[in-house]
Design a protein. Structure first.
Length: 760
């Protein structure tokens, strides 16, 4: 299909609109068969007999708007029409020939453009030519509203408890909020009787909040026991919860009239609308006030998780399902695969990857049961989920995050149980909760993963997640020891995430198991490639899918501008397909290089000799000075006025970022022979002495060593020659790298690369 031709045709249609032919010309532009369009025009294919309206089964519902109608109102009205489902319509299209609106029924995506910009609709209508979009979930705005309310309650409790030792009892307060989240959710989602908690706290506690501590202490105790002897009557009907959620005695804060009112307001929200998979982010935002307006920064969105889990295991299961309809034994086999599948996140945080994996598998299970009931209604009349939470494994270094993972898993199971009940009329009980012993509070880099998630040779374990990112040069002593414990003693230049790739690679060796992680691009660029991927590929593993760099989206108001990749590994003995994903496009390839491009796995290794005849490119100079050798333009101008004879000891100083923004500063540049004279300047002597103190107190060996010459840069590559400057970093918004010339008196900072004495 020639996309340029489609765009060109759309431009022609919008520049010369012929109303009576518009929709037919539009469909022809996308290459739909001319014979079919002619039959649609004659009325053979049109399921509507109304003027200005076209209904083409499985394709479009088109309506031309009358002058007195609003396009937005009309598309909303059409969306509710029963014909949409009956005729299996994919796109609703509405226009008044000024505004062009469309809705994709399958993905719920919408398009709202001026008709003169019709050529911009190409990507939206790709399914018309068989190019399916990748469908990804979106987040629920109710989550952020709930987090804000809970955050205000947290602040109020801190305000009411000035004598509460927060450092000592922070974990207790965090656990109190975890339990409160459970009570809220249980109240609205049929775990408890409807509003059981809300009614109890409203009716049986004093308005001034004076007895709330006693109320919660008694309630937590009753939720943790099957014994109903000598307990207050007003909480006697609360069920036994188990799961160790209410097992620990905690030091409760004092609760005031205001905090009681806020707890009741929180309980009045409709918590069944809140996604359990955001609870971890919610708790993070509650505890840290600065994070509340950016809740999504801590939340790995459903759409991003699906980018990882669909190619890892979900797509294969769905493909098998679609091939196995009407075949009972094959459908049963897929169920067994689902029930035996183990999902393991060795950096699980608050459990988002485990939760979404569980929910997606449960949704597929429902579809399989529906098909089985069509085949043999009597045999499959009772459908109960066979997916066990104990098939989900996690390691997390934060104890509180582990508890949130467990809570979110329990509530997600309850959510899916209710979905089963809606579809099949019955389900298994949600209480008592299971003890989730497979969610472990440990340091994953120091742990044998087989001790957490045992595997048999033919067992399918999918390792996944979003491990922590930290550059190899920024590791502290403990993290370096983590690298050594993970088997990376000879690869300490790697980013910290290398620990997870190496341990996962060793885990899946010679098994049906696979792994996939979200990562920064650095592990597939530069010197990291030959270190990490030489190790992995030599173990006869291969990359079987990869997402090229994409922007990390979340539900925050201020989107975090982070670009990530996803890399999936498996044993190379399989002959199954491999795919590279770029935005929403999927390309089948023969092999995926560690550089995440199609082609052989050739690794570029460092060479000490230049392999071309081009001049050497070196890093700029780094002062390591506590900003004492660097001078602003304003400070330099003052020198020129107050101590003019000392201005010869300054050079222009430019970083990569300053170069791209046409800016610069100055730096002190003093030779050993000139120090004595330069120190006669009060400004210069103050700066040099401050630099000396900074280096003497530094933990860097090189900085301490250079404290004996504080007038000079710690790392200098400067040559008194013309040079070409190349900033180390740029932006994907540029078509070219910004590169320029510097004169011989300008010092380039280490944020840029430099070529000295180049031939232009």
């Amino acid at each position: 299909m020639n996309f340029d031709k489609i765009v060109s045709e759309l431009k022609n249609i919008s520049s010369k609109i012929i109303k009576e032919n518009f929709i037919y010309d539009f469909l022809l532009a996308f290459g739909l068969p001319k014979s079919s369009i002619n039959r649609l025009k004659k009325g053979d294919y049109n399921q509507s007999k109304k003027d200005g309206e076209i209904i083409w089964t499985k394709k479009i519902y088109f309506k031309a708007v009358l002058e007195n109608e609003d396009v937005h109102d009309l598309i909303d009205e059409i969306s509710k029409n029963t014909l949409i489902e009956k005729q299996k319509i994919r796109f609703i299209i509405v226009t008044d020939f000024k505004t062009f609106l469309s809705k994709d029924i399958k993905t719920n995506d919408t398009l709202d453009i001026e008709i003169t910009k019709l050529d911009e609709s190409l990507n939206f209508f790709l399914p018309l030519i068989g190019r399916e979009k990748i469908i990804l979930d979106k987040e629920n705005p109710a989550d952020i509203k709930a987090a804000n309310k809970m955050g205000k309650l947290y602040d109020q409790i801190i305000k009411d408890n000035k004598d509460y030792n927060l450092d000592k009892y922070r974990d207790h307060l965090n656990l109190f909020f975890t339990r409160l989240l459970f009570l809220y959710y249980a109240d609205d989602s049929e775990i408890f009787k409807k509003n059981q908690f809300l009614n109890a706290i409203t009716k049986f506690t004093e308005e001034d909040g004076s007895d709330l501590k006693i109320f919660f202490k008694d309630l937590f105790a009753i939720l943790n026991t099957t014994q109903k002897i000598n307990v207050p009557q007003y909480i006697k009907d609360f069920p036994y919860v188990n799961g160790n959620l209410f097992n620990e005695n905690i030091n409760l804060p004092n609760l005031s009239k205001t905090s009681r009112k806020m707890i009741i307001e929180g309980a009045s929200l409709d918590w069944q609308m809140i996604n359990p998979d955001i609870f971890g982010s919610m708790l993070q935002a509650i505890i840290n006030q600065d994070d509340r307006s950016n809740l999504g920064i801590h939340y790995t969105s459903v759409s991003n998780i699906l980018k990882l889990i669909k190619p890892l295991f979900l797509d294969d299961l769905y493909e098998d399902f679609l091939k196995s309809k009407n075949e009972e034994k094959k459908l049963e086999k897929i169920l067994r695969e689902i029930y035996n599948l183990k999902i393991f996140d060795p950096a699980c945080g608050s459990g988002n990857f485990l939760i979404i994996s569980y929910k997606e598998l449960a949704k597929l299970e429902v579809l399989i049961f529906k098909e089985l009931q069509k085949i043999n209604k009597i045999k499959w009349s009772i459908a109960v989920s066979g997916i066990k939470l104990n098939n989900f494994y996690g390691i997390e270094i934060s104890n509180h995050a582990c508890e949130i993972t467990k809570l979110s898993m329990w509530l997600s199971e309850h959510q899916m149980n209710r979905y089963f009940e809606e579809v099949f009329g019955r389900t298994k009980p949600s209480l008592p909760l299971q003890n989730l012993e497979n969610i472990i509070n440990k340091n994953a880099t120091r742990l044998n993963w087989l001790d957490v998630c045992k595997k048999l040779p033919k067992e399918n374990v999918c390792i996944l997640g979003n491990p922590p990112y930290l550059g190899g040069k920024k590791l502290n002593a403990e993290q370096k020891q983590d690298m050594i414990s993970s088997g990376l003693s000879k690869m300490l230049q790697l980013d910290y995430i290398g620990c997870w790739f190496v341990k996962a690679a060793n885990y899946i060796l010679e098994t049906n198991s696979r792994c996939a992680f979200v990562s920064t691009s650095s592990i597939c660029q530069g010197e990291q490639v030959h270190l990490l991927w030489n190790y992995i590929l030599n173990k006869k593993l291969e990359i079987f899918y990869a997402h090229t760099p994409f922007k990390w989206s979340n539900s925050a108001r201020g989107q975090a501008g982070v670009f990530c990749i996803i890399v999936g590994l498996r044993n190379s003995t399989t002959s199954k397909d491999k795919f590279i994903f770029d935005d929403n496009n999927r390309k089948k390839v023969k092999n995926i290089s560690p550089y995440l491009i199609e082609g052989p796995s050739i690794l570029v290794t460092p060479q000490k000799k230049n392999i071309s005849k081009l001049p050497i490119m070196t890093m700029g100079s780094n002062p390591v000075d506590g900003k004492n050798l660097i001078v602003t333009k304003k400070e330099y101008q003052s020198i020129c006025v107050d101590e003019k004879k000392f201005q010869k000891y300054f050079k222009k100083f430019i970083s990569g970022n300053e170069f791209t923004n046409s800016d610069y500063r100055y730096c002190l540049w003093i030779s050993d022979e000139e120090v004595k004279d330069a120190m006669n300047s009060k400004f210069i002597s103050n700066r040099i002495n401050s630099c000396k103190k900074y280096r003497e107190n530094s933990s860097s060996r090189d900085a301490k060593k250079s404290s004996s010459s504080p007038h000079k840069f710690c790392y200098s590559t400067f040559k008194n020659e013309q040079s070409i400057i190349i900033p180390k970093t740029s932006t994907s918004a540029r078509f070219y790298l910004p590169i320029g010339f510097l004169n011989k008196d300008t010092v380039a900072a280490d944020g840029a690369m430099v070529i000295y004495n180049p031939e232009p």
